[in-house]
Write a protein that binds this ligand. Sequence first.
Ligand code: PLP
Length: 401
Amino acid sequence: MSGTSVSIGNIIIPSDSEAIMTLEGQYSSGVYGKRPLAIVRGKGARLWDAEGKEYIDCVGGHGVVNVGHCNPAVVQAITQQAQTLLTCPEMLHNNVRAALQAKLCQLANMGRVFLTNSGTESVEAAFKFARILTGRTEIIACMRAFHGRTMGSLSATWNKKYREPFMPLIPHISHVPFNNLEKLDQAISDQTAAIILEIVQGEGGVHPVDADFIEGAQRLCRERGALLIIDEVQTGFGRTGKMFAYQHYNIEPDLLCLAKSIAGGIPMGAVLINNRLGPIQSQTHGSTFGGNPIACAAALATIDYIETNHLDTRAAELGEWFVGRLRRIESEQIRVVRGKGLMVGIELKQKVTPYLQALMGENILALPAGLTVMRFLPPLVISKEELEQVAQAVEKVLLVK
Ligand code: PLP
């Protein structure tokens, strides 16, 4: 069955999966390893392909749709803003941007915010701010870390597969083992501008941080004059059971990197700047689209929805149940099940790709994290019944394979 043909002006939008995949196959850059699936519609935790086949979505746009696909509150805010003002650079003031900046700072008890359009841009901005605020150049990141793919953030990303083709990257970035405070202590010098950490390493395999390590890292930063950058691009906005994952611990980040789910599916990112650091010197950074009114309106609706519907508590409760349910699966293939809130990983003894393909055959979409971890980042509005369906499908593919 093929859908009805649609066009925008004179340009025809392909309507069946084969036509969509053929066109993208021909013209898309080639950098993405694509699955043979053409998604055209979403609602809550469900996606539909061009022929109307339904999937439970545990990819969540790579952890973007915490409030669910096409959340009505977000759609309404975007629609209203689209009829009012589509663009407004930050050299001019703007009403929705002002409200969002204040809201973000209040949420994390921060002083100021720089708005971006993606996670990697938030990390790049944080690195520049750390250098300019400390007058130092070195950044320390962790092994297995993922911070993005542009040249600065890529330099802090650990995986050699992503980094090596682009050497030389930016200098003065080193990596220490995650959760090893002694090694971190040894790596800090009087030129360390910042340490950058994820609270749960996502791409690196769903590894939560130890309280001693993160709290010790903050202590070392304060003692040695370095800044603590927390990268919550993946863990922010309720995902791990708190609005921000660092709030599980006794820390106050100096710079907090956000993106992904901040605006319910619209591209946006942010760097929050701690009260104790002054404003950033004028003209040292900028972005044409940063603070776009549509994205700001979407973010305000997203944050309001998360707060009003207590999606953080929901993620904590459902996540605990889901991890427990997955741990009861008796499969030879499972090494361990880990997670925090609704950021969940199953580490397998074998490569994960064939199992992800088998899950797709069961109408479930999930992600890899590294070579052997099956990762779940469902919308936080997903129901327990839907998660049970996911668990049953996982059980089936892991027992059969
Ligand atoms: N930081 C973390 C922790 C991420 O998980 C990601 C993306 O997965 C990024 C940064 C980069 O974000 P983006 O893909 O929006 O540039």
